[in-house]
Design a protein around this ligand. Structure first.
Ligand code: PLP
Length: 449
């Protein structure tokens, strides 16, 4: 049976600063050293099916030769040139065109960054710039959901609705506001139908806008499916109603497609899947299958017009990163997008989504299990620690740890165990993951009996 050794490195002398610094001093981190297909190996030689695509991002799996070649070729031709001072390189220009062609946004223009957090920070700055250019500098507030995840930088972390991301850092900043999470489990817990729940959520949004004043609010950011918060699939029609409210108050809508972009829902974009009309879309992870860091903000016509007008009046806007539009990352992203289209990866996800949903669906109503939900290749099983005399959030990590012993990597966020297999996973691989998960689950149950 695969196991994790504590002899990989000496935590006392390891100099890498990890977020869990205290744990790092006691136990070495799990060190992954190799990947092929949807399998990764650790430094002890143990193999794992990667049921979570790294961190919901290695969508084409590992060792894809075309991505490796794209990087090597570009590295040889032009390893780097910045996109600053009205100079750029050819590859990000071409990548922006690829994205414009694929995206549901009419005439979308793309600004490149390096992470989801940077993309969202950039989108907020563009929202502020947009309102300023229209003579509305008072519109500075950003609305997001409780339990949302938009990153960890000062601004994107302020938009994130998970208290753990704020603790110890003095964020969220005061101009970041939250509305309740559109979690259908909360509707159930309060005996509300989906429609009643959406009415209530919309009322809360309207109340917040009325209290704060629409003329103080710049934008609303939302994930089509809330990922890190526990794969929360908003009730049908929720975002349509949100968009109606935002349009009425001239508040911009930013779709955070960092997880849902590039096939995970079974469509190329969550925006298409849920028929959204954002003013901006942010991308990262699946844009390059994370072979290299690259992220993007695509802006629609009205935001672009404001940026263009501002530039006509006062030159370039004061925003950008040294590695914006890095040519090697952009070359990998271009090849990644070409593969997604040629192999119809969203179609593959659509075809196999029921296999994942059905396999995990068998845990509906099982002991310790509170809920199971699935959309495309994004699923979660929620455990109910509290109902079983455990501290809330204990069971998720316990089951994920057992799954690891079974040769399956999953992600636990509190009592949610998240599945987001690489989008190239086969029918057999999905079933094997579900089987290993089942073995892990049964081990936890029998240990408690
Ligand atoms: N937005 C969403 C929806 C995410 O899931 C994440 C990361 O998981 C981010 C933004 C932040 O991306 P990054 O970690 O690349 O900064």
């Amino acid at each position: 049976m695969p196991h994790r050794s504590s002899t990989v490195l000496d935590p006392q002398t390891s100099t890498m600063l990890e977020p869990h610094t205290a744990l790092h001093l006691e136990t070495p981190p799990h060190v992954i050293t190799r990947g092929e297909g949807i399998t990764v190996w650790d430094s002890e030689g143990n193999a794992y099916l990667d049921g979570v695509s790294g961190i919901l991002c290695t969508n084409l799996g590992y060792g894809e030769p075309r991505l490796i070649k794209a990087a090597a070729d570009q590295m040889a031709k032009l390893p780097f040139y910045p996109s600053f001072d009205h100079r750029t390189s050819d590859v990000p220009l071409a990548l922006a065109d690829d994205l414009a062609e694929m995206s549901p946004m009419a005439m979308g223009r793309t600004f490149f960054a390096n992470s989801g957090s940077e993309a969202n920070d950039s989108a907020f700055k563009f929202a502020w710039y947009y309102h300023r250019s229209l003579g509305r500098p008072g519109r500075t507030k950003i609305i997001s959901h409780q339990r949302s995840y938009h990153g960890t930088t000062v601004a994107s972390g302020s938009a994130t609705g998970i208290p753990h991301i704020h603790e110890g850092f003095g964020i969220p900043l005061p101009n970041f506001l939250k509305v309740p999470c559109p979690d259908p489990l909360d509707a159930r817990a309060n005996n509300l139908t989906d429609d009643q729940f959406v009415d209530w959520l919309i009322m809360r949004l309207e109340d917040l806008i009325a209290t704060e004043g629409a003329d103080t609010i710049a934008a609303f950011i939302g994930e089509p499916i809330l990922g890190a918060g526990g794969v929360i699939i908003p009730p049908t029609g929720y975002y349509q109603r949100v968009q109606e409210v935002l349009a009425r108050h001239d508040i911009l809508f930013i779709a955070d497609e960092v997880i849902t972009g590039f096939g995970r829902t079974g469509s190329m974009f969550g925006t298409t899947e849920f028929d959204l009309r954002p003013d901006m879309m942010t991308f990262a992870k699946g844009l390059s299958s994370s072979y290299l860091p690259i992220s993007a903000v695509m802006v629609g016509e009205r935001v672009y017009a404001a940026l263009a007008e501002g530039s006509a009046n006062s030159g370039s806007f004061g925003h950008g990163f040294t590695y914006s539009g890095h040519p090697v990352a952009a070359a990998v992203a271009r090849e990644n997008l070409a593969i997604l289209k040629e192999r119809d990866i969203p179609g593959h996800v659509r075809a196999l989504a029921p296999v994942l949903a059905d396999a995990l669906g068998t845990f509906h109503g099982a002991e310790l299990v509170q809920d199971v939900r699935s959309y495309g290749f994004l699923s979660a099983v929620t455990f109910d620690s509290a109902a079983h005399g455990l501290q809330q959030g204990q069971l998720g990590p316990l089951v994920a740890a057992k799954a690891m012993e079974q040769g399956l990597l999953l992600r636990a966020t509190g009592d949610n165990v998240i599945f987001s297999p690489p989008l190239v996973s086969s029918d057999t691989e999905i079933k094997t993951m579900a089987h290993r998960f089942g073995d892990a689950y049964h081990e936890v149950v029998s240990a408690r009996a």
